[in-house]
Design a protein around this ligand. Structure first.
Ligand code: SF4
Length: 242
């Protein structure tokens, strides 16, 4: 055992002085604990170093969901090879709690649309989405899933899966590398961690007025019918040069 005086640890730093009680509030009364909603990140970190974990049910709920995302196991074209690579040891998507690719939509909460969505396949993708329980999320991986990619002008290719189902994260590239998919997954986790569990801003899966299932297009004589769902697809209005 050493008798040398120990160096004060960062944990010994006091809380923000402005948050201490004033004499009129009780003089030497113990420092009141700040309300959880008013606590700063620095104070929260200081408490954590002291072994005190401060959280809320909302944070705990979102933390659990964000770190246990189960993707649906399916791929459509070359981008799927990169998605598969993300699950291998080199890139290790398991580090983010998303390694359990489920073969059934009933057990999945993330659809990674990885590859070209042909018009023949589009109804089946929408049907799979409808079969996934809430809360569920969608990543459009690669140029094809976002817009049709190099096949955009093809008569048989859908110009973006967001014409039929809502997309949370877009990952550009042809194909995006596995690191890009991991980055998209991290962005999705950030989105999940900011979701509210109550109130008018509550997450969509907690609200009865938000649609969860969408009409499945059918095969027409020359195209799928309808060609897009206007309730889902809202393209940006881009000003055209004269
Ligand atoms: S974006 Fe490129 S790599 Fe991905 S499915 Fe389309 S053509 Fe293949």
């Amino acid at each position: 055992m050493s008798d040398a005086p120990s160096t004060p640890s960062p944990a010994a730093q006091p809380l923000d002085e402005s948050r201490r009680s004033s004499p009129s509030e009780g003089g030497n009364a113990p420092t009141p604990f700040p309300a959880a909603g008013n606590i700063s990140d620095a104070e929260r970190e200081e408490l954590r170093r002291n072994g005190i974990l401060l959280t809320s049910l909302e944070e705990l709920y979102n933390w659990g969901r964000a770190n246990s995302i189960w993707p649906l196991q399916f791929g459509l074209a070359c981008c799927a090879i990169e998605m598969i690579a993300a699950a291998t040891a080199r890139f290790d998507i398991a580090r983010f709690g998303a390694e359990i690719f489920r073969p059934s939509p009933r057990q999945a909460d993330l659809m990674i649309v990885s590859g070209t969505v042909t018009k023949k396949m589009a109804p089946n993708v929408v049907r799979l989405w409808n079969q996934m329980p809430e809360p569920k999320y969608c990543i459009a991986m690669g140029a094809c899933a976002i817009s049709g990619g190099p096949f955009k002008q093809g008569y048989n290719v859908l110009k973006g899966i967001d014409r039929f189902i809502p997309v949370d994260i877009y990952i550009p590239g042809c194909p995006p590398r596995p690191e890009a998919l991991l980055n998209g997954l991290i962005e999705l986790q950030k989105k999940i961690q900011t979701e509210k569990v109550a109130g008018p801003q509550a997450a969509k899966h907690l609200r009865s007025d938000v649609q969860s299932e969408f009409p499945v297009p059918t095969y027409g004589e020359h195209d799928i019918i309808p060609t897009k769902n206007p309730d889902v697809w809202s393209p940006p209005s881009l000003p055209r040069k004269a």
